[in-house]
Design a protein around this ligand. Sequence first.
Ligand code: AMP
Length: 292
Amino acid sequence: MRIILLGPPGSGKGTQAQLLVQRHGIVQLSTGEMLRAAVAAGTPVGLKAKEIMASGALVPDEIVVGIISDRIDQPDAQNGFILDGFPRTVPQAEALDELLKNKRLKLDAVIELRVNESALLSRVETRVAQMRERGEEVRLDDTPEVLTKRLANYRSQTEPLIHYYSERRKLSTIDGMMAIDEVTRAIDRQLQALGAVEAKTQTKSAAKKAPAKKAKAAKKSAKRPAKAAKKTAKSAKTAKKAAKKAVKAPKRAANKAVKKAAKKAAKKTAKKAVKKGARKAAKKVTKKRAKR
Ligand code: AMP
């Protein structure tokens, strides 16, 4: 994977580049870092760049293009790289196109981190104040005054690259004002959409799909007990009905028995009454006959 990170100073290019390095096993090629290392080592390039860098101006193209060309040839860059701070002008972008063509390498994407300039200035002011408070060394070009100049340089010299790469259908713009991890995720999504991260993308999206599948299965199995409960409830209703019936049955039987007994008793009493009546009547007849 070969990508360019575009954005004004302080937009978070360096932070995002480091995160991409960890995630994708590629190298970060930062011309600013390389130049600072050259300055610190006192190399001929460093000696030439020192004053220019301290003023916030741009180091001549032939120097930065030469540094990048040598660095891309190193074995650790064969797996891919992120260009951070290069190209910074249209002529540098053209030189990069030529250089990649000669090396038979393809550029996958150009990611632009878009930020709000006034927010950038206050961010830098806060960071510098905090570093000074902690007694840390502040970069010569990291002061609000120099930053203002670097931002003006960015606008006039680097911003035309947005048009340059968008015309070549390489540009993706991301909101650099979001939280760091949100910016990282947005970059990853963009790289996946462009197909710049293949194998990892597949495993990642498969991993993403897996929990979704699991959730679906869980939902289904969650529905199962609900269904079972419904069934149980239905059978419980039936059982209740049956129990009610069972309770009612002996009652009905008893009622029937009582009725039957009452009927029998009534019949007996009636019979007795009839017998008694008959006897009384017979007695009356016997008495009448005796009188005669
Ligand atoms: P950076 O760390 O990318 O902000 O770069 C710090 C300084 O290094 C810049 O202000 C420039 O003076 C110099 N520099 C870095 N990259 C380039 C480049 N591509 N072209 C010219 N000058 C550069």
